[in-house]
Design a protein around this ligand. Structure first.
Ligand code: ASP
Length: 409
């Protein structure tokens, strides 16, 4: 029996291959329809299982993570290191996106009339910056029981952070609760291990669906934009992040990718950092040897806040739309794009196409028509694969960098 790692790789290849075969057969063929139905069932089952463990995992891993930081006396360093890393890498991603879009100017030469129908049918939810901020702040603090029940990851993260801090402050007196949560976390991780056995099939099914149902015509019309976004995203993931990792920890990119592979493939197939989180945590701890207290803190936080791929995408897409409608964005306006893209990435939940929704914020801040995201929606599924992968990569690199930093004397 090949290792799980190899099985996942085989599942990936098989999914792409079968997807291409079905695409060649055409949507009408009954083989295609039956296969897509079966793939839909398996793919959804896999994502449902990951979602099932997501909330208990986020909660226990953060409380235990924070509470165990007590032994380091390093709480401040971890906080600062984590938030500093998130902010810095997202800024780099946006600068990369803006540079690429300014140099290569996607959208120029395309006729906006081409998209008129899509835009007319589309009602963008208007959310100006102050509303977005108020909404964001409000979503941070909620009744923990309803946050847990509704799967509101951000509010769960905040409550778990506070409870973890209270456990540190309370000290010895509350050690029973800590032991209880630690054991609960171990059990959830055991479940994650079981779910992972299904990963090769789940990933195969998801990729098959993705490849077989792509709208290739639209992709060719927007080829330049798609290439610029994927190129810049890959540059960030293949050069910028590995370089930061190498310079700070000395870990080579190959060693990193070998350890991170399962999580990266799962992110690619699910387009959801949140659904991938159980796998990300597992890779960080088991393959990349990040200690549980550090990984348990940095990775769940990163899955909700740290989105390099999304930030980069929002920046390029804003400039793309500006070019499309024939507006030249000034330096100040691009600076506003920089700031809002960062906010929009932090505020986007780790679910498929979340970045599209928060994109409205960026467009409105510089006076671009929010309806224009209707143009991007049909190709979003494919672009979301890469950006989610880079989002997840950033979280794993972050956990390694922070671990190195707190271990420094
Ligand atoms: N799908 C992305 C994620 O889960 C968010 C986005 O749409 O950009 O990380």
């Amino acid at each position: 029996m090949p290792s799980l790692n190899t099985q996942i790789l085989l599942g990936t290849l098989a999914g792409i291959l079968f997807g291409l075969m079905l695409a060649a057969l055409g949507q009408e063929s009954s083989t295609t329809q039956n296969s897509l139905y079966a793939a839909g069932l398996v793919g959804t089952l896999f994502i449902d299982l990951l979602r099932m463990v997501l909330i208990p995992l986020v909660f226990t891993s953060i409380v235990v993570g924070v509470a165990n930081l007590r032994s380091h006396q390093q709480m401040n360093r971890v906080w600062l290191g984590t938030l500093g890393f998130f902010a810095l890498t997202m800024m780099l991603a946006i600068v990369l996106g803006l540079t690429a879009a300014n140099l290569l100017r996607p959208g120029e030469g395309l006729q906006i009339a081409l998209f008129q129908d899509a835009m007319q049918d589309f009602n963008a939810v208007q959310m100006p910056l102050p509303d977005f901020f108020a909404h964001f702040l409000h979503s941070l603090f909620q009744n923990p029981v309803s946050a847990l029940a509704q799967g509101n990851v951000l509010a769960v993260v905040v409550f778990a952070l506070l409870l973890g801090i209270a456990l540190v402050v309370g000290g010895e007196r509350y050690k029973n609760i800590l032991v209880l949560l630690q054991e609960f976390l171990e059990l959830i991780l055991m479940l994650v291990g079981w779910i992972m056995r299904l990963a090769p099939f789940g990933i195969m099914a998801l990729l098959l669906q993705l490849v077989a149902t792509q709208d290739t015509e639209l992709l060719t019309i927007m080829l330049k934009f798609v290439l610029i976004v994927s190129g810049a995203t890959l540059l960030h993931g293949l050069v910028v992040l590995p370089l930061i990792l190498y310079l700070t920890t000395g870990m080579t990119p190959l060693k990193f990718w070998r350890g991170a592979r399962d999580a990266l493939i799962t992110a690619f197939a699910t387009s959801s950092s949140a659904a991938t989180l159980p796998v990300t945590l597992r890779c960080a701890e088991q393959h990349l040897h990040v200690r549980r207290d550090v990984a348990g803190f940095v990775i769940p936080l990163g899955a909700t806040m740290n989105m390099d791929g999304t930030a980069l995408y929002e920046a390029i897409a804003a400039l793309f739309i500006a070019n499309l409608v024939g507006i030249e964005l000034s330096f100040t306006q691009q600076f506003i794009v920089f700031l809002t893209a960062m906010l929009a990435a932090i505020g986007a939940p780790g679910i498929p196409s979340a970045g599209m929704v928060t994109m409205v914020l960026v467009l409105q801040a510089v006076g671009l028509p929010a309806e224009a995201i209707a143009i991007l929606l049909p190709i979003d599924r494919i672009l979301d694969t890469f950006r989610t992968m880079i989002n997840v990569e950033g979280d794993m690199v972050g956990s390694l960098v922070v671990q190195k930093w707190i271990d420094k004397p």
